[in-house]
Design a protein around this ligand. Structure first.
Ligand code: ZN
Length: 62
């Protein structure tokens, strides 16, 4: 799945719809490939949350 990881490196994460949950004002979830925390900024548009991620988001290229 190197193409998926390349997309992640470019900031185009793919949210795992099975992990999304509603929070006040929106939805949050995790990338199905790299587990980066994502938030739905507008319907169907997901962006990585700007929070400290304990290093999980840095494993794109293993
Ligand atoms: Zn990702």
């Amino acid at each position: 799945m190197k193409l998926a990881y390349l997309a992640c490196a470019l900031g185009r994460h793919r949210v795992d719809l099975t992990t999304t949950r509603a929070v006040h004002g929106g939805k949050v979830g995790r990338c199905r490939h790299c587990a980066t925390a994502l938030e739905e900024v507008t319907p169907f548009v997901w962006e990585a949350q700007k929070v400290h991620d304990a290093g999980l988001g840095r494993r794109f290229y293993g």
